[in-house]
Design a protein around this ligand. Sequence first.
Ligand code: FUL
Length: 680
Amino acid sequence: MKKLLPFLLLLAGACSRVEAPAPVGPLPDARQIAWQKLETYAFVHYGLNTFNDMEWGYGNTPASTFAPTDLDCDQWVRTLKAAGMKGVMLTAKHHDGFCLWPSAYTEYSVKNSPWRDGKGDMVRDLSDACRRHGLRFGIYLSPWDRNHAAYGSEEYVTYFHNQMRELLTNYGPLFEYWFDGANGGDGWYGGADETRSIDARSYYRYEDARRTINELQPEAVIFGGTCADIRWIGNEEGWAGQTNWSFVKGAGDQDVNDFTHGERDGDTWLPGEVDVSIRPGWFYHPREDAQLKSLSQLVDIYYHSVGRNANLLLNFPVDRSGRIAPADSARIMEWRRTLDAEFAHELLAEADVEADNVRGGARRFAPGRTTDGDWESYWATDDGVTAATLTIRFDAPRHVNRILLQEYIPLGQRVARFAVEWLDGSEWRPVETDEELTTIGYKRIIRFSGVETPALRVRFEEARGPLCICNVEAYDAPVLLEEPRIVRNGEGSVSLIAGDRGAEIRYTLDGSEPNAGSMRYEAPFPLPGKGEVRAIVLDPQNGRTSAVATRRFDIPCGAFRVRELADTERAKLFDGNPATAAYLPEGRMSCTFDTGAERTFTGFTYTPDAGRWGSGVVTRYRLQVDGETVAEGEFSNIVNNPVEQVVEFAPRRGRTLRFEALAIASGKAPGIAEFSVLTE
Ligand code: FUL
């Protein structure tokens, strides 16, 4: 009878029309649903900042400095399309007020630049390129304008609305319209050179803007302002909350309490968008050429945005020539290939799916609807049933490490807590994951440690209404074969770090090439003296390995005393982490290390603060051993490429070292992220 029950239920369901579950509000509109399905699209920040090494131009940088030598929007769009981006958004005007199109309302635009003798129009070039290649196009128009003389008065608001109309009417269909949240402050303002503040809620007349956008661009969702369709995710680092509701209380930026997680008791559908740059800055800076996000960081960003019910807006700081820099293109293609490999073979197409509750026993709400490839069909439970289990049985045991779940959001977002389990013999065990299993929404992807199993199940434990699950997929993603990072702290403890939790790390300490048979890394190990660590990442499933990472270490420096720095600051110099930097007290240009014992020194290394806001980069140095100068010179190109600098000198015996900055690139005091010595 137990076996017959689902069949009888289905039969009963087939005979009578079972109603779909009632919607559980708030609900998305058609525009928001279409937008959500885009999932990943690109941002391009371009403008005067690109040419003047700035992030926020003041509004007084001459238009004549805008001079791309080889601008090619087709190159961007080809690259972005190949990387799987569904659209491109352009900063038509950033806070400096400079317009990338020849606006009829200002002289501060491309028409007064040398680019194409003032006859160019980048908004036109990019929108045309997008159309040619089948990508959607979107506009960023900064409400704050540090150039405009009338900013702060009614006259500017009229100007702003006029510009909006130009962009909404002259460049074809838009999928998204961005109002930035940075508003008011100091600026050039036509020469007034002062600070102006406005009330962002009322000043820009966002209600009127919304009417105009809806009328002229019915498909465009609005970001920012007081009448938004989508919301900022609350950070620019590339992650949404693990719990991420697509609704909030009230509408528009000013009302949102929790951008990152949404609000479970919200009354307005306002889904999250994760905006993040592939480099530290939004605009191009030569010094960031060596600071592209790594492949594993970018893969994490995908899982922490699209995999957490948010869309991903990934920024490319196009360079001064007018192209996406080669390293950025190569990295994003690596990213695409990696994700394609992770989602290459869907396992549920060859599995049976059962559920312990099916709405009215109806076939149209059967659990198989979650694997039929049709987003519009879904498995649903009876009214009042907000907890149920979906069980997936493979035809033979499978290795699996990803599960992807989607709710049918036209009826609302419901799931608040769930568990994913695998069958181990006769026992169900929870999968091992770092993710909190709470909300699902449009899409949730869970990465977990791989298991070999004949069956998986999802126990939905809590929901805001009956379940409506339209899609479930499972994958066996290969290990990300990125070289591991090798880090030693001041005490001489070495950590090996892989970008993928499914990876094994193998290493050697004798200079030999590591392979699948080398020592397996389990936990940090001591390397108290000189040594060389070589390491690889291994995919235990197929024996494939990454390239070899190699690091040579001299003596650990954690015990060195530094007269000028307090202990907590001093530790930052030797912790193996270039992201933590110490600054010398203002007015001091040198520091002295007491190394504790007499030794023969042969060199030193210096790593500057390479963080986004890093300063105090030492460009000229002097090093003394026990008061005698042993090396003096320049760290060439360190501003553009702020990586570890190695200086060798003739062997010199001594105990104290004095490192002196003869010049720093910016800031008030020298910054040191890492310092170490070379000894005989
Ligand atoms: C921020 C702006 O201030 C940044 O410059 C950048 O445009 C980013 C996307 O949004 O709020």
